[in-house]
Design a protein around this ligand. Sequence first.
Ligand SMILES: CSCC[C@H](NC(C)=O)C(=O)O
Ligand SMILES: [Zn+2]
Ligand SMILES: [Zn+2]
Length: 408
Amino acid sequence: MSSKGPEGEHPSVTLFRQYLRIRTVQPKPDYGAAIAFLEERARQLDLKCQKIEVVPGYVITVLTWPGTNPALPSILLNSHTDVVPVFEEHWSHDPFEAFKDPEGYIYARGTQDMKSVSIQYLEAVRRLKEEGHHFPRTIHMTFVPDEEVGGHKGMELFVHRPEFQALRAGFALDEGLANPTDAFTVFYSERSPWWVRVTCTGKPGHGSRFIEDTASEKLHKVMSSILAFREKEKQRLQSNPGLKEGAVTSVNLTKLEGGVAYNVVPATMSAGFDFRVAPDVDLKAFEEQLQSWCRAAGDGVTFEFIQKWTEPRVTRTDDADPWWAAFSKVCKDMNLTLEPEIFPAATDSRYIRAVGVPALGFSPMNRTPVLLHDHNERLHEAVFLRGIDIYTRLLPALASVPALPADS
Ligand SMILES: CSCC[C@H](NC(C)=O)C(=O)O
Ligand SMILES: [Zn+2]
Ligand SMILES: [Zn+2]
């Protein structure tokens, strides 16, 4: 372990704060600075560093610690480098200063989502290397761009590249969410984002008349059907304490478009919906449901997908699965309570799982309110440091999982 910094700060915290100061904020992230930071980490830790440009300007940085048995599939530790925008006027401190208050809370965009995890991976690897450990499986740390806007220029492309195949990932860790209780949440699946635009056409005319068959009355019908479905799912969630948010399908009306003037009945109106479809839903039947809501609203009602994920996957969380057994045993040994859940939104894990690599979403932050994408996103330094301890136990266990039948 290196010595404490000038203010008595733990060097891992100092490194975390340095990374937080890099402005990888959407919509114009400074990816160059993040890559330079990661290259320097690779140099310091004596790790191989690869850079794979999947689209001009969009680079995946891969830091590799080779295992003693390269024939075995590897462990992939993924994190994204970009962060979401801020409303600076609502922050009590500059979101890119990484201010630490006297109690130890670090304020910055990315403290939870997910620069903490990137540094925790790096610091756990540093500790294990310094202690002289070697493990059978190779550990790759991937640092990817573009996650906050859907990963379409990041992980979505990377998983189909030969360089990804060459990593031979057998199991992956990616981001999760904080948990305000003493427990840690771990995500084994995700809901599928379906962004749907419904367009209605109808008779136009003067705004003073009772016109029949208007676009707006059809849109009203579709909206009523969809919002009734929303209410039903909400009730199902609220009346069943065993269900968590990710286990039901949610929908929100997020866009309304149409109209030209107050006294003109428009010929076209449209609405945008953000559906998050639970992984156990029959997607074909659900699409037919959408069709039937539109049909029931009258002629001239169509819908299109702006975003449609159709490959939900569930990573095993039973003790017969060697990855889950290794992960959960470490948590048990450390007296950590796990709450397995379905991620309510979408992360890069969906791309990893879709190519057949089991993945768990885990950001080790307990006793921490969920502040991702929020004002005053913050993390206590003690929680951050405990996360490094957790990875320092998880990585040896995962990288020592014996060969599976599928590995031979
Ligand atoms: C569908 S691509 C957008 C991805 C985004 N992810 C998160 C974590 O907010 C979301 O779920 O809306
Ligand atoms: Zn994230
Ligand atoms: Zn995010």
